[in-house]
Structures are given as C-alpha cells and as structure tokens.
Design a protein around this ligand. Structure first.
Ligand code: SAH
Length: 266
C-alpha cells in the first residue's frame, strides 16, 4: 500500500497525527527533498528505506514504489504542504491504478495556510474578498489561457501565488496590468513555519524591490489583496442582529458598528 502524505509546511509538528503515525511505521519513505523538512524523517523506524525524490524521475519513483510492493512494504510518499497543491500526485496515482497498486492520500497543512498564520491574516474578509485564488506565474511550466496572473488580478480577490519567488518583476507587472492598484497591500512569506521564516509586508508596487532587498528568490509565497489592509466588515455569523440555525438575534441589535478599520487615513 502506498500512502501519499502531506508533510505540512515545514515545522515538524505541523504534520497531521495520521501522517506522523504512517511515517513511524513505514518500511519505505520517498520524500520530496527540495521542500520537506528532513527532521520529519527522524521518526522513521530502523531499517526504513528513505529516498529523496528530488533527483528522481516519475518512473524512478514508481519503480521504487513497485519494488516496495514486491517486498510487502508499506510506502509513504511524503509531499510538502498538502499533496493536492502542486504536488504532482495525479500522475503517480494514475500509474499506480494502472498497475493495480492500492494507495490513499493523507492531507497536510498547505504552506498557504501557514503563510496566513505567519501574517496573522484572514484570507476571506466580509466586504473585501470572499475568494482565495491559488495560482502561479508562468515559468517553464505553461499556464493555460485565461488563467494568467492578470486575468485573476482583475477579480481583486485574495491571491496566493506559489512557485514565483524568482519571477517577481514579471509578477508585479502582471498584477498591475490586471488591475491591482500599486498601493494594494501585499506580502512575501519565506519558509512559513520553519525556524528561518521571514515575512515582509509591502505593496504590489514594491513586491520585486522588497524581495531583492531581502534576497528572497525561492521557497516563498506571495500574498496579495486588501485583506492585508485595515478595513473589512464584521461577520454576520457573530453579529447580534443576525439569526441563524444555532442562535436567535439578541434584542439589543446593532451593538457594534458593521465596518471595521478605515480604507484610507483620515
Ligand atoms: N504542496 C505544497 C506546494 C508545493 S509547490 C503546499 O501545499 O504548500 C512549492 C512552492 O510552495 C514553493 O515554491 C513555494 O512557493 C511554496 N512553499 C512551500 N512551502 C513553503 C513555505 N513553508 N513557506 C512559503 N512557501 C512555501
């Protein structure tokens, strides 16, 4: 059996309990060495075969999995963050299915969640953004038409941009071309949840310069949107005037104002 496991964003205690148990009992661990924290492997049992997939092809990874199956091993395929986000797991699962090898997936804490925690941000704020766009700049991996950064920037929703820390001049230009104002709040989160984590808040207009100043060119997420700014509406769910399945509106409705923060300085 093959278990695809999300390793979480980096901190060793941000893997799930289920993922940790599988790591402890695996006979073989194939981990994405470029981003998975190697300290996670310290819990592997003695004799566990550990392979770093960073230098392997899809074919070599599948061959190692097949070999494990032949030996009656339990294999953990350890991917950074959550495997469903830029994890390249579909191609592995499809080959395993063709070969009749059983597998399952254990989710993980994606780095975009860890970045929000680092920034103490909420991606979905009433009145500001009710959507989060997870995307990337086009690099050597092409991005389909209608899914370019500028297309998404037009929505003015929160954007979390992966795999683009080395392309920030282009990213900044695309965000501006798509309609974000240069003063839209933005942030760069480097190695969220790792001991060496760094966060820099800036604006769309200063993204590239900020990354250059701090020598950030990889393992970073770019967060863009007014949710990083001061203004938003309070939630209806916890509003005294709002009745829902679990609560009746209180008689002293409207105890608080509905808008928090200011769009601009007075
Ligand atoms: N499956 C992973 C993403 C893999 S793609 C997840 O769910 O997080 C690799 C990209 O993810 C990196 O280029 C970087 O943009 C981002 N990334 C991964 N871990 C990160 C971290 N701890 N901090 C910031 N960005 C991270």
């Amino acid at each position: 059996m093959i278990h695809f496991v999300g390793a979480g964003p980096g901190a060793v205690d941000l893997i799930t309990v289920r993922g940790q148990k599988l790591l402890e009992t695996a006979d073989q661990i194939i981990y994405a060495g470029s981003l998975v924290n190697p300290q996670l492997l310290a819990c592997a049992k003695e004799g566990c075969r550990i392979l770093d997939s960073a230098g392997m092809t899809l074919e070599a990874v599948v061959a190692a999995m097949e070999e494990g199956e032949g030996q009656g091993w339990m294999t953990v395929r350890l991917h950074t963050g959550d495997p469903s986000v830029y994890g390249a797991i579909r191609e592995q699962m499809d080959i395993l299915a063709q070969k009749g090898i059983a597998y399952d997936v254990v989710p993980g804490v994606s780095s975009f969640c860890a970045a929000a925690a680092s920034l103490q941000a909420e991606y979905t704020l009433p009145g500001i953004s009710q959507s989060v766009i997870i995307t990337r700049m086009e690099g050597r991996t092409p991005v389909p038409d209608k899914q370019k950064i500028a297309d998404y920037a037009a929505h003015q929703a929160t954007m979390v941009i992966f795999l683009s820390a080395s392309l920030l001049d282009g990213l900044q230009a695309e965000l501006l071309r798509g309609g974000y104002a240069a003063d839209t709040p933005a942030a760069i989160v480097y190695k969220a949840s790792w001991p060496e984590e760094q966060t820099y808040t800036c604006t769309v207009g200063t993204l590239a310069e900020t990354a250059r100043r701090h020598a950030i060119s990889k393992t970073a997420l770019i967060v863009v949107g007014k949710v990083l700014g001061p203004a938003y509406d309070r939630s209806l769910l916890y509003h005294p005037a709002f009745t829902h399945g679990c609560r009746q509106a209180a008689p002293e409705d409207q105890q608080y104002g509905d808008h928090i923060g200011q769009e601009t300085e007075p």
